[in-house]
Design a binder for this molecule. Structure first.
Ligand SMILES: [Fe+2]
Ligand SMILES: [Fe+2]
Length: 251
């Protein structure tokens, strides 16, 4: 059995959904797929993704990204309610949203939000970052939201497993971003992730951590943990994302 990783399919772009629809229906039926968030803010499109992916894999593990929690096009209700709606939807499909044990391997999803531990956002981000308009956190600040998601994470008992892997949508440490990065993109660093994730990864004793959100594919070993980003990304992002579902481990 193999473990595959994908994230950030952003199927609002028809060609991204078409790519998912063209995936083999025969090659992955004994495999596990992690989808690390950002399918779409539209629930009907999230369902379309699940309709495509679920029959192709033995098991799917999903955790939402920031785009999935936008509510501006779905009644403008609280984003925490949208989170619960997504969880309920997943359970209806038999999709795992909590820790998943497969043989001797434990895969642990870590919920998060950015909390400005990577830096304070500048005026351009405060003005233009879409989450600030598209999510409804009922007056909570991003650090408040991060604390709420952090508190939802269950750090399970890991003894007895040969391998522990973890998954987040958000970036767990800023040094996963290249030092040489265009200044205009560096403005995004404050909304990329949180140091809380790194603390949880180390507490878990995870040897591989899978993440998305930055749309910048990475495979980097830092202090015994291999960090892998295999975001699919927007159609225009051909140089930073491989546009594939990646085989990341054997189970
Ligand atoms: Fe994304
Ligand atoms: Fe994202």
């Amino acid at each position: 059995m193999r473990l595959f990783l994908g994230s950030d399919f952003h199927v609002d772009y028809q060609q991204n959904l078409d790519w998912l629809r063209a995936l083999s229906r025969a090659d992955f039926t004994d495999d596990v797929l992690i989808v690390a968030g950002d399918l779409s803010d539209r629930l009907d499109l999230v369902k379309s993704c699940f309709d495509e992916i679920v029959p192709r894999y033995k098991k799917l593990l999903f955790l939402p990204g920031n785009h999935d929690l936008w509510t501006s096009r779905s009644g403008k209700g609280p984003s925490f309610d949208k989170f619960e709606t997504l969880n309920t939807l997943c359970h209806g499909y038999g999709i795992e949203t909590g820790p998943l044990a497969v043989g001797q391997t434990l895969i642990v999803p870590l919920l998060a939000w950015y909390d400005y531990s990577f830096g304070e956002p500048g005026p351009s981000i405060r003005r233009g970052w879409m989450d600030f308009y598209k999510c409804n956190w009922q007056g909570l600040t991003p650090p408040d939201v991060a604390a709420r998601f952090d508190a939802m994470n269950v750090i399970p008992e890991t003894s007895g497993f040969n391998a522990v892997y973890s998954v987040s949508h958000f970036v767990p440490r800023l040094d996963l971003m290249p030092v040489r990065y265009p200044e205009k993109h560096k403005a995004l660093f404050p909304v990329l992730g949180t140091e809380r994730l790194e603390a949880q990864i180390r507490r878990l004793g995870s040897s591989k951590h899978f993440y998305g959100h930055s749309h910048l594919n990475r495979n980097k070993l830092i202090d015994g943990v291999t960090y892998i980003n295999n975001a699919f990304g927007y159609p225009s992002e051909t140089e930073i994302s491989a546009k594939t579902i990646l085989h990341v481990a054997d189970l």
